[in-house]
Write a protein that binds this ligand. Sequence first.
Ligand SMILES: NC(=O)c1ccc[n+]([C@@H]2O[C@H](COP(=O)([O-])OP(=O)(O)OC[C@H]3O[C@@H](n4cnc5c(N)ncnc54)[C@H](O)[C@@H]3O)[C@@H](O)[C@H]2O)c1
Length: 700
Amino acid sequence: MSAPATAGNVYTPKVILLTGGAGFIGANVLIHLAQTYPDYRLICLDKLDVCSSVNNFSPIKNNPQFTFVQGDICSADLVRHLIQMYDVDTIMHFASQTHVDNSFGNSIHFTESNVKGTHTLLESVKSCGSQIKRFIHVSTDEVYGEQDADSNRSREHETPLNPTNPYAATKAAAEFIVKSYRSSFNLPTIITRGNNVYGPRQYPEKLIPKFTNILSRGGSCPLHGNGKNRRSFLHVEDVARAFDIILHRGITGEIYNIGSEEEFENIDVLNRLIKIFRKKYPACLNPSLPDSHYVTFVRDRAFNDFRYHIDSSSLYKLGWQRKENSLDVGLEKTVEWYMQNPTHWPNIEGALAAHPYLLPDIKGIAASSAVAPIAEQLILQASASPPAVVSPPASGSKALKWLIFGHKGWIGGQVLDALKTSRPQDEILLASARADDEVGVEQELLTLRPDRVVSLIGRTHGPGFTTIDYLEQKGKLRENVRDNLYAPVCLMYLAQKHGIHYTYLGTGCVFTYDAEHPLGGEPKNGFNEASLPNFFGSGYSTVKGFTDRLFHLMGNQSLNVRIRMPITADDGPRNFVTKITNYKKICSISNSMTVLPDLLPIMLEMAARKEVGTVNLCNPNPISHSQILQKYKEIVDPNFKWEEFSIEEQNKILAAERSNNCLSTARLQQFAPNVLPIDKAVEKVLHEMAARRKAGAGKQ
Ligand SMILES: NC(=O)c1ccc[n+]([C@@H]2O[C@H](COP(=O)([O-])OP(=O)(O)OC[C@H]3O[C@@H](n4cnc5c(N)ncnc54)[C@H](O)[C@@H]3O)[C@@H](O)[C@H]2O)c1
């Protein structure tokens, strides 16, 4: 194959296939190459994962030398086709699943993209004979594993690979495959291992852009562990220059560390960011609150390497020099970029979470269709026990004090139970002031000094009615506005005034299917957290829609939780399953729904971690009434029969229309990646209902 280049021997590519170019580093390298070498043909292959965006390469999108192809590196046919069609001679392989936190959840897709994807690329290169002259494989310093305070810098050929987290393990596995293709087939490979990179265009799930975005919203930043872990940071422009040099001057068969000499503790980086905001963007932070208000220590990662300390002398020998030597200057430029480009990454609330929230493995298994049958059995065994509660509390060992408004209600009672089970170390206080009594509430906040306020108040029914038709009666608008708008907004205002995190349980029944979000459309295209309410068919939804908007107007500093058609395992009249099994006829339409025992613990975890903004708290995917009733018949009552009627017939017997919609659960899934989809969650709840009835606590 190609003759090995030697230092001084400058390689000149003609057509580069760059994978992962809609991601952070890939895009910055693409822009650098396009602007520095206008003759190079650049083909970008990216599957456009959550962390990527076509906005990332917008500065070069109209460059005639640039072509973007949306696709997966795991598709050998596509890769081979691109290599042949564009006469590619060089591959720069950045595509990867990269977020360590996510790799602690379901990391199989890390193996898919990072190991199988790399292997597929190598096979495609091999099958194209000697066409590819240079294959740069982008790896990470994390493959070396943890180092202690006294360790020497890791060197490319001397330090053994010892990855300690699933992300790093997949990157090390990929490296070994690259090396084997070098030794077995003489492929012209080069491997790079980089330190942490920061700068413009990075998806805000990594430390620096995440903290920048949280501070720009006036929020408190979740710092893992004690914040003392050390990291070295490189500005992405320096990294782009490093790849430029490795592309042209790197020696095939070599490995290059790309690192910085300085190390910073994570807490130090956060303090520097707070300082930048205080100086340059003072309006974002409250001047009367101390800096410590913007730091929240949270439970550490499952494993958090203390430091990665690497030796980059081989790269220096090629002629690389860092220009962005001062972290403070690089951070200032980065913050400025995010402040000037607030819409570059829309809908990032989920990415700002401290950790993705991992439900017990058993549920994760169920979410994967490949092993569903076994998982289903496990779920059935598990369903007799109370709702499993999840990972250790996010707020470390510190017990929190919760003040609950609306604890006497149906959902209020369930929230108290979920709190007691999931956070036994915490203190629960029951509010005595009415939520619409501003003076009484403020007094209570000042005397009790809670860490979290949760509001479960609202008006959904009343004497003579189990449904929102109650609110359609003459004279009920005042009650509706007081309990569904004024009181929750009052609480939000007062909690914000006193710097206390506030969670409001609202509703997703403020939308109706429309042309952009049609019935039967892709669930991921459902109404998202930024969508504007478009359903005003009932007094309830109209008022709730305005409350939803007021959260946005108040700067999204609280957590606004939208639930829909709540389902539980009990036989109470408010349970959506009880309602539809008691109706004479049902109008079956697909809808997003909330299985409360599954999702309330997640809501509390979000509150504990001071998540803010709106979240659609529904199980993924919509489900119809008749699908639920069919499962009810199979699991709970084999004799059950039901009749259906049309929406027009239904409207004749209701005082108000009902909202039907599908909500996007992308934010929720980002926070809790293995949350059960609605069909599995409903089955689980129905098994519990059947077990309860069998045990005698059945239908009254
Ligand atoms: N960011 C850092 O601090 C850092 C440090 C060292 C090494 N690295 C390495 O640099 C590379 C780029 O990192 P980044 O920070 O730009 O990551 P990123 O997450 O911003 O970008 C990764 C890109 O890969 C794409 N991708 C993922 N799987 C794919 C697949 N199967 N097919 C096609 N495209 C796919 C994604 O859509 C995304 O655009 C990665 O290989 C990473 O391991 C990053």
